[in-house]
Ligand binder design. Structure first.
Ligand code: CTP
Length: 395
């Protein structure tokens, strides 16, 4: 196979031999090689000395090794590529949904047994040059099936519910019959409640990155996954709104924030400030949308739109092309400032040119000037002074 002659693999094998380690190609990249996809980043498992192995390989590749001792894993980053490295391990789930405890082991079969689906649970032994496939992963790949390895799989790690849907829709595979029964059972028995929002958000973000994300979100809705977690599903219309945001190439965080808005997510303590602001803005926008559609005067549009953040306006623009022009014009004019500022107002009062204006009304008068300026009604300082005098007479 081609991958064996790749410089990364050749170097990795040399180092493993020197360190007297067994070494395997595993996980997604091996699966993808069998699916005849172009694989650039590898996933390697070694029988010990992960840190030493990773550092040596990183040195050879002129990259950097980032090591996570608590998980016995690491990542080499070099050029625009990476290599994942892990110590062969068993994983013990102390309670469903929690992150597993990791126990180093030296046999590959036990390492494969802890994995999610058969198509991700075979290995290539890079020293013996042979495939190790105890669960029929290659057969399932050929038959396009997503199959778990044991009955408790979804209960141990309910993020696999997301993963099953993601892989099924990415590769257009079927979730095998018994696996689907157990997946539905896990959803029904509220397994999803045992995983943290952090892990759920991670899975949702992975889905949003996928080409077939619409189908994935549809399945998450259809199978009741979203309803269990957020008490809300997504309609086809809502999924197509997310697709519009992706098409407009909005930043991932914005698309994710929009997803949380659609899911009516309210637990602020789990969110970043910017995300909270977007969700609040989108809720507020529902109330002003009709007014905005009717509004024509630039100052009126300014007053309606000024509470919204730039991020929120970008989302709104991508979703509502009919508002694009208004929002663009607003963005162009919103930073206009009157010629007269607060200090100048003080001066003009001192000189007796403005009467009956209290300092606490400065904010009001400056906003009044700004709005008139946005409407194109004030061309210079004299116009502004006249407007101020008129205002003081009327108030
Ligand atoms: N894995 C698992 N259970 C999980 C997550 C991961 O068993 N909840 C195992 C699988 O064997 C998987 C490997 O760890 O192949 C690497 O995980 P990850 O990088 O998330 O999966 P990939 O299969 O590489 O997925 P992708 O193609 O999306 O990168």
């Amino acid at each position: 196979m081609d991958f064996k002659s790749s410089p990364v693999i050749v170097k990795a094998v040399e180092i493993a031999k020197k360190l007297d380690l067994r070494i395997f190609l595993v996980g997604g990249p091996l699966r993808d090689i069998f699916l005849k996809k172009n694989v650039l980043d590898f996933d390697l498992a070694v029988s010990g000395k992960v840190k030493e192995f990773g550092e040596k390989l990183a040195q050879e590749l002129k990259g950097k090794f980032i090591y996570h001792p608590q998980f016995l894993t690491g990542k080499i980053v070099y050029d625009d590529q990476y290599v994942d490295i892990a110590q062969l391990r068993d994983e013990i789930y102390e309670r469903p949904g929690a992150l597993p405890k990791v126990k180093p082991i030296s046999d590959i079969e036990t390492d494969l047994k802890r994995r999610d689906f058969t198509i991700n649970a075979f290995a290539y032994d890079l020293l013996a040059n042979k495939i190790i496939d105890p669960f029929g992963g290659i057969k399932d790949l050929k038959e396009k099936k997503i199959r778990i390895l044991h009955e408790k799989s979804f209960f141990d790690d309910p993020t696999r519910i997301f993963r099953a849907i993601r892989f099924a829709e990415r590769f257009r595979f079927q979730i095998e019959k018994q696996t689907l029964i157990l997946l539905k059972k896990a959803i029904k028995e509220s397994c999803l409640k045992t995983i943290s929002y952090q892990r759920i958000f991670h899975e949702l973000n992975l889905i949003l990155k996928e080409k077939n994300f619409k189908e994935m979100l549809y399945q998450l809705s259809r199978l009741g996954v979203l309803k269990k977690i957020f008490n809300k599903s997504l309609s086809l219309k809502e999924i197509s709104q997310l697709a519009k945001l992706k098409k407009a190439k909005l930043a991932e965080e914005l698309i994710f924030a929009y997803l949380l808005f659609l899911l009516n997510f309210k637990e602020k303590s789990f969110l970043k400030k910017e995300t909270i602001k977007i969700i609040e803005d989108l809720n507020a926008f529902k109330k002003i949308k009709r007014k905005l559609l009717k509004a024509q005067r630039p100052s009126r549009i300014y007053l309606l739109l000024s509470p919204f953040s730039l991020n929120s306006l970008n989302i709104i623009t991508a979703l509502a092309p009919s508002l694009k022009k208004k929002i663009k014009n607003y963005q162009k004019s919103k930073d206009q400032k009157p010629f007269i500022n607060g200090n100048q107002l003080k001066e003009l009062i001192k000189k007796g040119m403005i009467k009956n204006l209290r300092e606490k009304d400065f904010y009001k008068i400056l906003l009044y000037l700004k709005l008139k300026k946005i409407d194109g009604k004030l061309k210079n300082k004299e116009d502004e002074l006249k407007a101020i005098i008129k205002w003081t007479q009327e108030h």
